[in-house]
Design a protein around this ligand. Structure first.
Ligand code: 13P
Length: 259
């Protein structure tokens, strides 16, 4: 299976989100095998987008969640509120939130716990900055992010957790790491996951790649067995690009099916 997650970020309003959701459904129509697709619109569009995808296989995710379930937390949104809207997934620890809102690994940890307690699926983002890569400390950084955010997690099912490896320097820059570098980092992530979640078979946990994925470069990542899918930003709000990514995914899945 391959999982394609569309992170629409703050790029679309309610009307555009509804149109994009409809277009995404059309892009999936008539395929032999369809990937798991999760679309993550801005909070304000969740409800309307949910109506569009309600009777389809497409799932809906939020781009953030707060770590308490209710109370005096102006502007925040709880996991319970999200599940009430039919939201099944949530992105936690995205580098744009770490950078712009000073989110820490401790906050990610509290959010992961809250999301899992509300039966949501967590998409935990990890990845190094350009400086960390230059300094050769990328593995240290990714280990710290994973170990901290998952330190109290007791997973019951491997479906509940997806890790997205998103090198910060690859997000929105048009630059991507070489595939062998992604594969090496994914292997490293799985080794950390087996330390941090000893009751889980790390080979069963999904590890995705994200950062400047588009219609032309998606296939090179998707064809790799240990890359379980993609977390797509800018190209997910351009329907022609997103359709090409879905095409590449279908090609890989069809090939796997006929083996
Ligand atoms: P881009 O695909 O725009 O580089 O963004 C990746 C990302 O941040 C997805 O969460």
């Amino acid at each position: 299976m391959k999982t394609i997650i569309a992170n629409w970020k703050m790029n679309v309003g309610v009307r555009e989100s509804v149109a994009l959701a409809r277009g995404t459904l059309l892009a999936l129509r008539g395929r032999r095998v369809i990937p798991e697709v999760v679309i993550c619109p801005p909070f304000v569009a969740l409800s309307e987008v949910h109506k569009v995808i309600a009777h389809s296989a497409v799932q809906i995710g939020a781009q953030n969640v707060f770590w308490e379930d209710h109370g005096a937390f102006t502007g925040e949104i709880s996991a319970r509120m999200l599940t009430e809207l039919g939201v099944s997934h949530v992105i936690i620890g995205h580098s744009e939130r770490r950078e712009n809102l000073c989110e820490t690994d401790e906050m990610a940890k509290k959010k992961v716990a809250q999301a899992l307690a509300n039966q949501m699926n967590v998409i935990l983002c990890v990845g190094e900055t350009a400086q960390e890569r230059t300094a050769g400390t990328e593995r240290e950084r990714v280990r710290t992010q994973l170990a901290h955010a998952l330190s109290d997690v007791r997973l019951k099912s491997h479906d509940r957790l997806l890790i997205a490896y998103e090198p910060v320097w690859a997000i929105g820059t048009g630059q991507t790491p070489d595939v062998p570098d992604v594969l090496a980092m994914h292997e490293f992530i799985r080794s950390v996951l087996s330390d941090v979640l000893p009751n889980m078979d790390a080979s069963q946990l999904r590890v995705l790649y994200g950062g400047s994925v588009d219609g032309t470069n998606s296939y090179q990542f998707l064809r790799e067995k240990t890359i379980d899918g993609l977390l797509v930003g800018a190209a997910s709000v351009k329907l022609n690009q997103f359709k090409e990514i879905i095409d590449a995914t279908s090609e890989v899945l069809d090939a796997q099916k006929s083996v």
